[in-house]
Ligand binder design. Structure first.
Ligand code: PXP
Length: 246
C-alpha cells in the first residue's frame, strides 16, 4: 500500500499568525505542532513532514527537534541545499530529508529542484546527509533528465512534483498529459532503482487518478489534510466553547 506522509507546515502557519513574537513561557501557544503530529499518527500517517524554511515562516528549529523526540513514525524534513539547514539536519538526524528549491517570495514550493542548475551543491548536500545515514530524497519535476541526474549524484529517492497535474484538474487534455508525464517519470525512476514518492497539490479529489497511473512508495500531502481537519473539527471546537459559555 502507498504510504502517507502528512505535511503539517500549515498548522505552524496558524500558530505563527498569532504567536510569532510571543514568549512561550507566558502564554498558551496553540496549536501545538507536536499534538498535531501525534493526531496525524493516530489517524494512520506513516510519516510526518515539515519544511524548515530559511525564513522560518512556519516551522521553527525547536519544532523539528521536538518532533524528532515525540513522534513514533518517520520524520521527513524538507529543506533547501544550504549549509545552515544542512548543519541543523545533521544534528536532528531525521529519517528522511527531501531537498527542495526555496524562493523567499513564493507562498509554497512552486517547482521541483533543478539539479542541473547546481549539481555540485546538491551532490555535496546529499553526501553530507547520507554520511549521517539520513535517506536523501530530491523534489523534482517529473522530468527524465532530472531523474537521471538525481541517480547520478547518489540520491536513493526522489519525490515527483505533482503540482502541474493538480493545476490541470479542470482541463482534461492537460490533466491526461500530466498524468502520462508522471507515469513515465515514475517508471523510469523505478527502473533506475530509485524509491519514488510524489507530492504537492494532491487532494481528496485528485488522488485516485494519480494512484491509477503509477506506483509510489509514499505520497506527501499537506494543505488538503489541514483544510479537511479544520472542517471536520469545527463542530467539536465550537461545541466546546459553547459549553463554557453556558
Ligand atoms: N512535497 C513537497 C516537497 C512540498 O514542498 C510540499 C509543500 O510543502 C508538499 C509535498 C505538500 O504539498 P501540499 O501542501 O500541496 O499537499
Amino acid at each position: 500500500m502507498t504510504k502517507l506522509g502528512v505535511n503539517i507546515d500549515h498548522s505552524a502557519t496558524v500558530r505563527q499568525a498569532r504567536y510569532r513574537d510571543s514568549d512561550e513561557s507566558e502564554v498558551v501557544v496553540e496549536p501545538s505542532i507536536i499534538d498535531v503530529a501525534l493526531a496525524a499518527e493516530r489517524g494512520g500517517a506513516d510519516s510526518i513532514t515539515v519544511h524548515l524554511r530559511e525564513d522560518r515562516r512556519h516551522i521553527q528549529d525547536s519544532d523539528v527537534f521536538g518532533l524528532r523526540r515525540a513522534i513514533s513514525t518517520k520524520l521527513n524534513l524538507e529543506m533547501a541545499c544550504t549549509p545552515e539547514i544542512t548543519q541543523i539536519a545533521r544534528q536532528i538526524v531525521p529519517d528522511y530529508v527531501c531537498l527542495v528549491p526555496e524562493n523567499r517570495m513564493e507562498v509554497t514550493t512552486e517547482g521541483g529542484l533543478n539539479i542541473a542548475g547546481s549539481p555540485q551543491k546538491v551532490e555535496k548536500t546529499v553526501a553530507a546527509l547520507s554520511e549521517k545515514n539520513i535517506v536523501c530524497s530530491i523534489f523534482i519535476d517529473p522530468d527524465l533528465s532530472q531523474i537521471k541526474l538525481a541517480k547520478q549524484i547518489g540520491a536513493p529517492m526522489v519525490e515527483l512534483h505533482t503540482g502541474a497535474y493538480a493545476n490541470a484538474w479542470k482541463n482534461p487534455q492537460k490533466k491526461k498529459a500530466e498524468l502520462e508525464r508522471i507515469s513515465r517519470a515514475a517508471e523510469y525512476a523505478d527502473s533506475l532503482g530509485l524509491i519514488v514518492n510524489s507530492g504537492h497539490g494532491i487532494n481528496y479529489l485528485n488522488v485516485r487518478e494519480l494512484l491509477a497511473v503509477a506506483r509510489f512508495n509514499e505520497l506527501n500531502i499537506g494543505h488538503t489534510i489541514i483544510s479537511r481537519a479544520i472542517i471536520a473539527g469545527m463542530g467539536t471546537a465550537v461545541r466546546e466553547m459553547k459549553e463554557l459559555l453556558k
